[in-house]
Design a protein around this ligand. Structure first.
Ligand SMILES: C[S@@+](CC[C@H](N)C(=O)[O-])C[C@H]1O[C@@H](n2cnc3c(N)ncnc32)[C@H](O)[C@@H]1O
Length: 235
C-alpha cells in the first residue's frame, strides 16, 4: 500500500494572503489532503504541493476581480479556484458550479464547515444552467477545458460587460490565438493574458481575461434570443 503523502506546513506568505481566514485555509487544505484524496477528488501526488500549486495559485486570482461583484466558478471540482477566492474575498457573491454529485457533496460540506455564507453550490453543467442562473459579472475557471470550448460554456453566463478569467498554464497565448474567431463570435471585445501573484507564487499565475460587450454569448446567443422572441410573438 502506498503511504499517504503528508500535508506540508503552510508557507509564511499564506498567513498574509488569507489573513483572518488563515485557519479556515488550513482546514480546507487538510480536507483536500484527507477526504479529498480518499474520495478521489484530488490526486495524492498533489498533497505536497497543495499550498503553492492550488490554494495560493487560486487565491491570487483575487487581484483581477473588482469589489463586490458576482462570480461563477465553472467546473469547480473540489473548489478550485472558488474556495480560496471565497476565503480571501468576503465581498464577492460566489456560485460554485459543478456537474458531478460526488464533488458537489464535498463542496457543500466545505462551504458549511467553513461558514462561507457568500457561497452557493449548484450542481449542473454550464451549458445546462444557462438562463436558470442569474448572469454574473465574472466567470472563473481552472483546468476545465481548452479556452475555445470553455468560452462557449462560460461567456454566455456573463452579464453585459462582464469578464471570464481562466487560470491557464504555459499554453495561454496559444489558446488565445486558437480561440480568437470563436471569442469574437461570442461577443468578446478584448482578450488578454495577465499574470498575478507577485511575491506570493513562483511562477506567477497566468490568467486569460476575456471581456465581453453588451451581448455576451454573441451572435449565437442573440440569434437564439431573437428566435425565442419571434416564437413568442407568433403564439
Ligand atoms: C480537471 S477538473 C478541474 C477542477 C478544478 N477547477 C481544479 O482546478 O482543480 C474539471 C472539472 O470541470 C467539470 N466540468 C466538466 N465539464 C463541465 C461543464 N460543461 N460545465 C461545468 N463543469 C464542467 C468536471 O466535472 C470537473 O470537476
Amino acid at each position: 500500500m502506498t503511504e499517504a503523502a503528508e500535508l506540508p506546513e503552510a508557507p509564511a506568505v499564506a498567513r498574509e494572503v488569507f489573513g483572518e481566514r488563515f485557519p479556515d485555509a488550513v482546514r480546507y487544505a487538510e480536507l483536500l489532503a484527507d477526504a479529498g484524496v480518499r474520495r478521489g477528488l484530488i490526486g495524492p501526488r498533489e498533497v505536497p504541493r497543495l499550498w503553492e500549486r492550488h490554494l495560493l495559485n487560486c487565491a491570487v486570482l483575487s487581484e483581477a476581480i473588482d469589489e463586490g461583484v458576482s462570480v461563477c466558478d465553472v467546473g469547480s471540482g473540489a473548489g478550485l479556484p472558488g474556495i480560496p477566492l471565497a476565503l480571501v474575498r468576503p465581498d464577492l457573491t460566489i456560485t460554485l458550479l459543478e456537474p458531478l454529485l460526488r464533488r458537489t457533496t464535498f463542496l457543500t460540506e466545505v462551504v458549511e464547515l467553513l461558514g462561507l455564507d457568500h457561497v452557493t453550490v449548484v450542481r449542473g453543467r454550464a451549458e445546462e444552467v444557462l438562463g436558470k442562473l442569474p448572469p454574473v459579472h465574472v466567470v472563473t475557471a481552472r483546468a476545465v477545458a481548452p479556452l475555445e470550448r470553455l468560452a462557449g460554456w462560460g461567456v454566455p453566463l456573463l452579464r453585459p460587460y462582464g469578464e471570464m478569467l481562466a487560470l491557464k498554464g504555459d499554453t495561454a497565448e496559444e489558446e488565445v490565438k486558437a480561440a480568437s474567431a470563436a471569442l469574437s463570435k461570442l461577443g468578446a471585445v478584448s482578450t488578454s493574458v495577465v499574470q498575478v501573484g507577485e511575491g506570493v507564487v513562483d511562477p506567477l499565475s497566468t490568467v486569460v481575461r476575456v471581456e465581453v460587450g453588451e451581448s455576451p454569448g454573441g451572435v449565437r446567443f442573440a440569434t437564439k434570443k431573437a428566435k425565442a422572441a419571434r416564437a413568442r410573438r407568433r403564439r
